[in-house]
Write a protein that binds this ligand. Structure first.
Ligand code: SF4
Ligand code: ZN
Length: 465
């Protein structure tokens, strides 16, 4: 079937990572542009495979090129509602090709071709061929498929713009529905191939964290293949409406995570947040010093207020883990009225990259727009605190209240800790304190620095000798 493709094609290559030392070229990704799109159409010319723009053999080692993958499918039973879910499989199926690595989804894709594959004579046309066979194998309802791969700058740019219009149309549809309007939610375990304990719960208000699968997509997928990776969860008993805790979701998560987790809150980063695989579009993270929540997206290159960039944070909370204080999420979920509602929603958000703040302008309550800081207002906790004070962010009121509560609690003098000159020592902390760089000044000038560390403790006692 794959005879005329010069590299091996099999699910066993799915976990292959191509590091820069072993890379021939990079396609799309953070240093370029790219997107993938599946569209159901009439009159699809079955088997038509095209590469428009430079082929791999026309590229130089170390180059970075744009990449567009346009997949047209046709079939009597194919509905347009299935486009999103079928498109999401592109990630997995591309990774069956030895020497080709595909990350992320939609206009976030990031691919690499290995030197070894190049030596074997691999071409992008082979990728198109492999995908055309694999998609038909996976979905018997696809009767005709044609694939166009684009690598030219102008053409990919135009293609990316077109894909964004389609993504927005898909997302907008789900925005009109809310959790109360439906009797079923959906689960997705597509990412268990690399995050074995991860289970996505998709509701009208909570588009999956990869941003590529919403409630309508799941409905269509579960109808087409009830035994497949996307399945129905009858909503059933609501245990906590604000946190988004449901009896049936807890049970399903326990079963599908092989007993690793048995509780999930859909709308909170505290307690039992939703697990994170690794494809999240953004991460919400608790900033204990300010008792607020920051959000960082994949495209943000700088450091977050925790002193680490997106990539390090993603490393800590991905792989199917449930890490209190962190939650992977989609951009679309940030447009939902239920966005982290148990934590205070946007009233609790203290920091966002400027770009996403602008893109969410319509969804951030007017009275909060000027109060949420961005990288331009400061990177350190101290700078952010100053900004929040000056702009009267509601978190200041919360911090004051926590301060009063703590002051009312008697503390043994010996156990009291001089923390810093800022008035943030009494801020209430979530059970998990995340301390990327916590400096404790002492008389002797000893400095303890925790980098990228998580400290779990019921109580910390520091005594002066
Ligand atoms: S991130 Fe979630 S919804 Fe998206 S493909 Fe993975 S498991 Fe499915
Ligand atoms: Zn995932």
């Amino acid at each position: 079937m794959f005879e005329d493709i010069t590299v091996d094609v099999s699910p066993m290559h799915e976990g292959e990572r191509i590091r820069s030392a072993n890379m021939f070229v990079e396609l799309a990704g953070p240093k370029s542009i790219g997107a993938e799109l599946v569209q159901v159409e009439d009159n699809v010319e079955d088997g038509k495979l095209e590469v428009i723009g430079p082929e791999l053999q026309d590229m130089q080692e170390g180059d970075i090129h744009p990449l567009g993958i346009m997949i047209k499918i046709q079939g009597e039973k194919l509905e347009r509602e299935l486009e999103g879910v079928i498109e999401r499989r592109t990630h997995e199926l591309c990774n069956y090709v030895k020497g080709f690595m595909h990350l992320n989804q939609r206009d976030q894709i990031w691919c690499r071709v290995s030197k070894e594959a190049m030596e074997a004579g691999f071409k992008l046309k082979d990728l198109a061929k492999a995908l055309s066979i694999l998609f038909k194998e996976e979905y018997s309802i696809i009767e005709a498929i044609s694939i166009t791969i684009m690598t030219g700058e102008d053409q990919v740019k135009e293609f990316v713009e077109k894909t964004r219009v389609t993504y927005e149309q898909r997302d907008a549809r789900a925005r009109e529905l809310s959790d109360e309007d439906v009797d079923v939610f959906y689960g997705c375990v597509m990412c268990q191939s690399f995050a074995p304990t991860h289970v996505c719960v998709v509701t009208p208000d909570r588009t999956a964290l990869c941003g590529a699968i919403n409630w309508f997509d799941c409905r269509a997928a579960a109808k087409m293949d009830p035994e497949g990776p996307i399945f129905e969860i009858v909503k059933g008993e609501v245990l906590d409406e604000v946190k988004g805790e449901y009896q049936n979701i807890n049970e399903m998560v326990a079963e599908r995570s092989q007993g690793t987790f048995d509780t999930v809150y859909l709308h909170s980063v505290f307690g039992y947040p939703h697990t994170s695989c690794g494809c999240f579009e953004a991460v919400a993270f608790y900033v204990p010093e300010l008792d607020g929540i920051g959000i960082v997206d994949r495209d943000f290159r700088g450091e977050t207020p925790l002193g680490i960039p997106f990539s390090s944070m993603a490393g800590q909370c991905s792989g199917g883990k449930q890490v209190e204080g962190f939650s992977g999420l989609s951009m679309e979920y940030m447009r939902s009225p239920k966005f982290l509602q148990a934590d205070g929603g946007y009233e609790r958000v203290i920091w966002l990259p400027k770009e996403i703040k602008e893109s969410l302008a319509e969804y951030i309550p007017d009275e909060l727009k000027d109060k949420i800081s961005t990288e331009e207002d400061g990177g350190s906790i101290k700078e952010i605190l100053k900004f929040l004070q000056e702009h009267e962010h509601p978190i200041m009121e919360r911090m004051k209240q926590s301060l009063e509560e703590v002051e009312e609690t008697p503390v043994e003098e010996e156990e009291a800790m001089e923390y810093s000159e800022m008035d943030m020592e009494a801020v209430s902390m979530a059970p998990v304190a995340y301390a990327p760089e916590l400096t404790v000044p002492t008389a002797g000038g000893v400095k303890i620095i925790f980098k990228n560390a998580k400290v779990y403790a019921e109580k910390v006692i520091i005594k002066r000798k």
